[in-house]
Design a protein around this ligand. Structure first.
Ligand code: ZN
Length: 184
């Protein structure tokens, strides 16, 4: 009697968060606050993006927003009801609102943002009872790695400023002051 091959384990949340962390590192390389996101449909990554606010000079160019646009295009539908979004930091209220609009099924994030998070850190827009869609939330996936990236980024920004060096994108004096997230 032949044995059936073992069923493939579906990729874990850690697996997809590692891909989001790779995107976050790309942001850091460009002098952007290191936040990355991927969107997964039926076990397949259909969108990958990193924060590009400074590069695009667009305050709405958060990783999640860019990933949502890609995913809508891939699905040829703005309804992402079978899609899950992985992001290295808790989404802000803008992104949380967009995630609800797109009806994303699950939102999995790395570190929390107690000052300005829109997924339960400060507000919970992803599960607001008065909205017509609620996302499942899984917090704290590979959070330490996400925090380490953010801390290293802001430490470097401060260092450059202290040294009076020419500032790269996103590292202008006071740039980090505008960030809601300032590290735990
Ligand atoms: Zn955002």
């Amino acid at each position: 009697m032949t044995e059936n091959p073992p069923l493939l384990e579906p990729p874990s949340d850690d697996f997809f968060m590692r891909e989001a962390l790779r995107q976050a590192r790309k942001a850091a390389k460009q002098g952007e606050v290191p936040i990355g996101a991927v969107i997964v449909h039926q076990g397949r990554v259909i969108a990958r993006a990193w924060n590009q606010v400074e590069t695009l000079k667009d305050a709405t160019a958060h990783a999640e927003m860019l990933a949502l646009t890609q995913a809508e295009s891939a699905m040829e539908d703005w309804r992402l009801t079978e899609c899950d979004l992985y992001v290295t930091k808790e989404p802000c209220p803008m992104c949380a609102g967009a995630l609800v609009h797109c009806r994303v099924r699950r939102v999995i994030f790395g570190c929390a943002d107690p000052k300005g998070g829109g997924a339960g850190g400060f507000w919970n827009l992803l599960q607001a009872p008065n909205l017509n869609h609620r996302c499942e939330i899984t917090p704290g996936v590979l959070a330490e790695e996400s925090v380490a990236l953010l801390k290293a980024f802001f430490a470097e920004a401060r260092q450059r400023r202290a040294e009076g060096q020419a500032h790269a994108k996103g590292l202008k004096p006071g740039a980090e002051d505008g960030m809601v997230f300032d590290g735990p």
